[in-house]
Design a binder for this molecule. Structure first.
Ligand code: PLP
Length: 532
C-alpha cells in the first residue's frame, strides 16, 4: 500500500492515485520515438549536406550584423513545460539562431585562425554523441581510451614527433598549456607544491615562466590560474620577425636566479597568434637543458603544417620539448573542440594529476597495460573526441591532408607575391604558413586614379602618415569588409603597428575566394582614399 495517495508531477504528466508499483511496471516515458528520430535525422543530414557543400548561402553575411541581445530577444524566456515538436524547433534553429551565426564554416572566413567542420568530423561528432562514451577510465570506454591513444600516435607520427611522446586529447590549447605549466611545477618536485600548496609558504621563491612577447594570452592565464601570477611570466622580446630572442631569454633566467626567483618553464611558440612567427626552438631547448627547465611548445596553429613533408622543419627542435600542443580544431578540419597534448614525460603528468578515490578504483588498476586517461589532467569526464579525429585522419589520409594544407599555403604565398608587387600596401611579417599580415597605406594612390593621395591623412615630419592614421585607415577597411558580409577578417598589432590579418585555412577556400577578398579589400582602400 505504499504511496497510493501520491500526487506526482513528472515529464508533463500528472499522475494521481497511482501506486509506485504501477509506475514502475508501466513503460518509461522514454526518448524521442525511433521513427521520429529517423525522420528528423534525415532532415538534418540533408540540411547539413547543403550547408557543408555550399556554405552559408547567397546573401547570408559571414559575420552577422546583429546587436547584442538580438537573438536572446527572440528566444522564449523560459523552457516549455510540455514538449515542442521537432519540426518547430528546427524551424527556430533556421529562423532565430541561423541569422546569429558567425560562419566559421565559410571559405571566406579568414579571421583569427579558421576552423573547418569537415564531413568526416561532423559524422564523428554525431556518432560520438550517439554512443555517449565517457573516456575517463579504461573501463568506462575501452575502445574510446584505446582509439584516443592510437589516433594520437598517428598524429604524432604524421607531424614527426618521436615515438617517446604520449598523447591525449584536451578541449583547448589554453587548457593544454595550463596542464603543461602544472606539470612543469611538479617536475620541480622539491618544491612539494602538490602536497603543500603555495599559500602561506614564505620560503617558497617566486616561480617564473618564460614566453615571448608574442606568445598567446593563454600562457599568462595559465600562470594566473596556477598561482604564479602575472608577475611570474617573463615576456621575452622578439627579433624583427617576431621570434623569441634566446640571448634575452638566457639573460632573464640569469637575472631571476640571481634575484632568488625559481625559473620553472619556457613556452616556445610555433606559429604565433598575431604573425605566425616561429620561435627558435633548438636554441631554446638548449637553454632549457642547461637550466633544467620544462620546455613546452605551443604549436596550436602551426604544428599541423609538419604533416606536409616539405614543411617538417617547422618543428625542428620540438623533439626536445617536454610537452607540446597542436590543435586539430584550428587547421586540421576538425570542429571545436579538439586540442592534442603530447609529452615525453607522461609520468610527470601522472604525478601532477593522478588521484584515484575508492569509487574510481578497479581491481585491474595494477595492470601496466591499462591507461586511465583521467590521470593526465584535471577533468574526470572526458568527451569521445578521438572519434571525429580518427575519421578526419583516416578519411583524408596523411597525403590528402598534406595536399589541402599545401593548397592553403600556396594560396597564401601567391597573395603575398601580389601584395609585394602592389603599391599602397605592405606585408608586415613573413608568411610562414597560410596567414598574411599586411596593412594599406592611408595615402597611397587610389587605383584607376590620376591623383596621388586624395584623402587627408595625418602626416609626420618625414611625410609618412603616423601610426594613428594607419590604424584609423586600416580599421576602416576591415570594418567595411566585415560589414559587407562577404568576408570576415581580424586585426592585430605587431610591435605597436596596427596590422590586418588574413588567414586562409578553410577546407573549401579557393583561389577565387582569395582573389575576390583581395579585390574587395583593395577596392575599399581605394574608396576610403577617395574619401568615399
Ligand atoms: N596558442 C596559440 C598560438 C593560438 O593561436 C591560440 C588561439 O588562437 C591558442 C593557443 C588558444 O587556443 P584555444 O582556443 O584552443 O585555447
Amino acid at each position: 500500500m505504499i504511496g497510493t495517495d501520491l500526487t506526482y508531477d513528472h515529464a508533463g504528466f500528472t499522475c494521481t492515485g497511482d501506486t509506485i508499483m504501477d509506475k514502475t511496471t508501466s513503460p518509461p516515458p522514454g526518448d524521442m520515438p525511433p521513427e521520429e528520430f529517423r525522420r528528423a535525422g534525415h532532415l538534418l543530414i540533408d540540411w547539413i549536406t547543403d550547408y557543408l557543400s555550399t556554405g552559408p548561402g547567397e546573401g547570408v553575411p559571414i559575420l552577422p550584423g546583429l546587436a547584442p541581445g538580438d537573438t536572446a530577444a527572440r528566444l522564449p524566456a523560459s523552457a516549455p513545460a510540455t514538449g515542442v515538436e521537432f519540426d518547430r524547433l528546427f524551424a527556430d534553429f533556421r529562423e532565430i539562431l541561423y541569422p546569429g551565426f558567425t560562419h566559421w564554416n565559410s571559405p571566406r572566413y579568414m579571421a583569427y585562425f579558421p576552423s573547418s567542420a569537415s564531413g568526416p568530423a561532423v559524422l564523428g561528432e554525431l556518432l560520438a554523441a550517439a554512443v555517449s562514451q565517457n573516456c575517463m577510465l579504461w573501463r568506462t570506454s575501452p575502445a574510446g581510451t584505446e582509439l584516443e591513444i592510437r589516433v594520437l600516435e598517428w598524429l604524432r607520427d604524421m607531424i614527426g614527433l618521436p615515438a617517446s611522446f604520449f598523447g591525449h586529447i584536451v578541449d583547448t590549447a589554453s587548457i593544454s598549456s595550463m596542464l603543461a605549466l602544472a606539470a612543469a611545477r611538479e617536475y620541480h618536485h622539491d618544491l612539494a607544491i602538490r602536497t603543500r600548496g603555495m599559500a602561506g609558504r614564505p620560503e617558497l621563491p617566486q616561480l617564473t615562466v618564460y614566453a615571448s612577447e608574442e606568445a598567446h594570452s593563454s600562457i599568462e592565464k595559465g600562470a594566473i590560474t596556477l598561482g604564479f601570477g602575472v608577475d611570474g611570466v617573463r615576456k621575452i622580446a622578439t627579433d624583427e620577425i617576431y621570434r623569441m630572442r634566446p640571448d634575452l631569454l638566457r639573460e632573464a633566467i640569469e637575472a631571476d636566479r640571481a634575484a632568488g626567483r625559481h625559473p620553472l618553464a619556457v613556452v616556445a611558440t610555433v606559429g604565433t597568434t598575431s604573425s605566425t612567427s616561429i620561435d627558435p626552438v633548438p636554441a631554446i631547448a638548449r637553454i632549457c637543458d642547461e637550466y633544467g627547465l620544462w620546455l613546452h611548445v605551443d604549436a596550436a596553429y602551426g604544428g599541423v603544417a609538419a604533416i606536409v613533408p616539405e614543411k617538417r622543419d617547422v618543428l625542428a627542435g620540438c623533439e626536445r620539448a617536454d610537452s607540446f600542443v597542436v590543435n586539430p580544431h584550428k587547421w586540421l578540419f576538425t570542429p571545436m573542440d579538439c586540442s592534442t597534448f603530447f609529452t615525453r614525460r607522461p609520468e610527470v603528468m601522472r604525478a601532477a594529476f593522478s588521484l584515484v578515490p575508492e569509487y574510481l578504483s578497479s581491481d585491474r588498476d595494477a595492470d601496466p597495460a591499462l591507461v586511465n586517461l583521467m590521470d593526465y589532467g584535471i577533468q574526470l569526464g572526458r568527451r569521445f573526441r578521438s572519434l571525429k579525429l580518427w575519421l578526419v585522419l583516416a578519411w583524408f589520409g596523411s597525403e590528402g591532408i598534406a595536399e589541402r594544407l599545401r593548397h592553403h599555403m600556396a594560396l597564401a604565398s601567391e597573395l603575398a607575391e601580389r601584395i609585394e608587387a602592389q603599391e599602397g600596401v605592405e606585408l608586415m611579417a613573413p608568411v610562414n604558413f597560410a596567414t598574411l599580415c599586411f596593412r594599406f597605406h592611408p595615402g597611397g594612390a587610389a587605383r584607376g586614379s590620376e591623383d596621388e593621395a586624395v584623402e587627408e591623412t595625418a602626416v609626420g615630419d618625414a611625410g609618412e602618415p603616423d601610426e594613428e592614421a594607419y590604424e584609423t585607415f586600416n580599421a576602416a577597411v576591415m570594418n567595411r569588409a566585415n560589414e559587407s558580409g562577404e568576408v570576415f577578417l581580424s586585426h592585430t598589432k605587431l610591435k605597436g603597428r596596427y596590422t590586418l590579418r588574413l588567414a586562409i585555412g578553410h577546407l573549401r577556400s579557393s583561389a577565387e575566394d582569395v582573389r575576390a577578398v583581395w579585390e574587395l579589400l583593395t577596392t575599399l582602400a581605394d574608396e576610403l582614399r577617395r574619401g568615399q
